[in-house]
Design a protein. Structure first.
Length: 242
């Protein structure tokens, strides 16, 4: 059985600017794989390419054995990929519960009710705020809602883009505990883009390091966490303390 996701020679551009210069990456079923790197390395572009938001200039993307290159975002979502973008992008004027309903638009009433209950078990604070407008939630609560909304579609692959961005240290720990639980209890495969390399390498089994749109290092997360270059670039200078 092959990987759940295979990215092969992926090239993506914004006009004349090459954001990805031939990226190769695999994610196995049931894995958490981290993608780390500096700002502008191409991490978010890679997730958007997988979810169909950014067009692909060259290369291939296969999901569950099927070629998804060039497919529309809604088609990729129906295939089993859910994307939580950087910045959350919740519906601020809608309530928590209405946001969750939006994530389950293609699901039956029974599936929606079941997934809503699972979301509230995972993030109890959302149950307490179910009738509250999403825009009035704290940043951490909005991130929980964005993740919970993505899970409403029962994805096989969850793409998470900078889930810790702008959050207080205690909330960061809660979010990463939830990511581990989603993987362990649901079996959901996760591709995680994260600047906080300390937490990303702790929660993942394997990782890739992106620099200037190319993979410069890859391997087991525990090994990369002890790699002198990774430690110097991403783990020292305060990131490990967050």
């Amino acid at each position: 059985m092959g990987p759940l996701l295979t990215v092969d020679g992926l090239v993506a551009r914004y006009g004349p600017i090459e954001a990805l210069g031939g990226v190769d990456l695999t994610v196995g079923e049931g894995e958490i794989v981290a993608l780390i790197g500096a700002n502008g390395a191409g991490k978010s572009t890679l997730l958007m390419a997988v979810s169909g938001v950014v067009p692909i200039a060259q290369g291939a993307i296969r999901f569950a054995g099927a070629d998804i290159k060039g497919r529309a975002p809604h088609s990729i979502a129906r295939a089993g990929i859910a994307h939580v973008p950087e910045g959350r992008h919740i519906f601020p004027r809608m309530t928590v519960e209405e946001n969750l309903q939006m994530g389950a638009m293609a699901a039956s009433a029974d599936v929606e009710a079941d997934e809503r209950a699972r979301a509230y078990d995972l993030f109890p604070v959302l149950a307490e705020r179910r009738h509250q407008r999403a825009g009035t939630l704290s940043g951490g609560e909005q991130q929980m809602l964005a993740i919970a909304r993505a899970l409403m579609s029962r994805p096989r692959l969850l793409l998470l883009d900078e889930p810790s961005l702008g959050l207080a240290p205690l909330m960061v720990k809660r979010i990463f505990s939830a990511i581990a639980a989603i993987n362990a209890e649901r079996g959901t495969t996760v591709l995680l883009v994260e600047q906080n390399a300390y937490h990303a390498l702790r929660v993942s089994s394997r990782a890739y390091v992106l620099a200037q749109g190319r993979v410069c290092l890859s391997g087991p997360s525990a090994e990369l966490a002890h790699n002198p270059d990774v430690r110097s670039a991403y783990l020292e200078g305060g990131l490990a303390a967050r």
